[in-house]
Design a protein around this ligand. Structure first.
Ligand code: PMP
Length: 367
């Protein structure tokens, strides 16, 4: 029996309708932008394996680093113990993340990165003696992951309907368009129960590749910061040059207090999550009172192999060729967008939009 047939019998895949399903394509190899299946067919990995693969498949530099680390230390509990790859990665991230990050908290995927951010934000206010601040603001159509906290701060819909009454209430606001800023400001104004604002900067990914302008967003961030709320940038998807800059938050003057990373962090090789926070956020957890501890951790927190892969990926990004390559890619993408606009005029597609290296459009279907 081939891999796909066995898979059909044994495995329950994510987001997959269980009654009407096809056999999954069994991928055996990856090289650059290409994937190969067990029959030798070739595929362009247009979704970069769920937005994680940033240097192409089969990167030998990262593979060699992982192999070397695997011979030394593959895993160690991360409470009371640490290791060089985690420390090196934290030091590097603190030097390149926008704003004034003071600490790195590790977990192991994008949903855990946003869960940790939420817990940090909510407990920050509890620890500071303002427990009434417990409401989170999020964007309409947001997507921050599939665990319960992450689902709560994401758009309600088909994905969350079965658990709707278990999700906590959130203040959803529209994307800033310029003319609606005053209206959004009114939603926030006078409220004393708000804790923080979580957002996917400039690009709402899973919610429909919706893009919005840095200029308007910066104005919104300034308003929210003025209300003393914590700003949480979910850069799980936008991180690592997707929007043309290493981090999308670099494009706004108002910087986040907390940043979530995953996906491209390890160059698309291994699962790792990061939640950074400012020294000011961390300070709220410095207390003789042990109940003020952030009680959160996962078995594979800061896995040494994953941290090694992330260090290797950042080394590649720091290589002299990189900034030029990204600029070229962005220019190429802009040209591509203008060509696609011609198709839009013929009514085949609509809403061509582009942000850095990301290009999106809607396929015009018959009503
Ligand atoms: N935040 C954003 C913006 C995402 O796009 C995703 C994943 N698509 C997540 C969080 C969740 O990440 P993960 O799939 O690793 O749990």
């Amino acid at each position: 029996m081939n891999i796909s047939a066995k898979d059909y019998d044994y495995i329950w895949h994510p987001y997959t309708h269980q009654l009407h399903r096809h056999e999954a394509i069994a991928i055996t190899d990856g090289k650059g932008a290409l994937l190969f299946d067990e029959e030798g067919n070739e595929y362009i990995d247009g979704i970069s394996s769920w937005w994680v693969n940033v240097h192409g498949h089969g990167n030998k530099f990262i593979a060699k680093k992982i192999y070397a680390q695997a011979k030394k230390l593959q895993q160690v509990i991360f409470t009371s113990f640490t290791h060089k790859p985690a420390v090196a990665l934290a030091e590097k991230l603190l030097s390149i993340l926008p704003g004034n990050p003071g600490k790195i908290f590790y977990s192991d995927n994008g949903s855990t990165a946003t869960e940790v951010a939420l817990k940090m934000c909510l407990q920050y206010w509890v620890n500071k003696g303002e427990p009434a601040r417990k409401k989170i603001i999020a964007f309409e159509n947001a997507y921050h992951g599939d665990t319960f906290g992450a689902m709560s701060i994401s758009q309600r819909g088909t994905y969350t309907d079965a658990y709707r009454d278990k999700l906590f209430e959130v203040l959803f606001i529209p994307l800033p368009k310029g003319q609606n800023l005053e209206q959004i400001a009114q939603l926030i104004d006078q409220r004393t129960d708000l804790a923080g604002f979580i957002y996917e900067p400039l690009l709402l990914g899973a919610g429909g590749m919706k893009m919005y302008e840095a200029k308007h967003f910066d104005n919104l961030l300034r308003i929210v910061r003025g209300k003393k709320l914590l700003l949480i940038a979910d850069e799980v998807l936008t991180g690592f040059y997707r929007t043309g800059k290493m981090f999308a938050s670099e494009r706004m003057h108002t910087k986040p207090d907390i940043i979530c990373l995953s996906k491209g962090l390890t160059g698309g090789t291994m699962a790792l999550g990061v939640t950074s926070c400012t020294a000011e956020v961390h300070e709220a957890f410095l207390s003789a009172d042990k109940t003020k501890t952030l009680f959160h951790g996962h078995s594979f927190t800061a896995n040494p192999l994953a941290c090694t892969a992330a260090n290797a990926s950042l080394e590649l990004f720091a290589g002299e060729k990189y900034p030029g390559r990204i600029e070229k890619l962005v220019k190429h993408n802009m040209k591509f967008a203008s060509r696609l606009t011609a198709f839009a005029e013929q009514g085949i597609i609509k809403d061509v939009r582009q942000c850095g290296t990301v290009l999106a459009f809607e396929v015009q279907t018959k009503e």
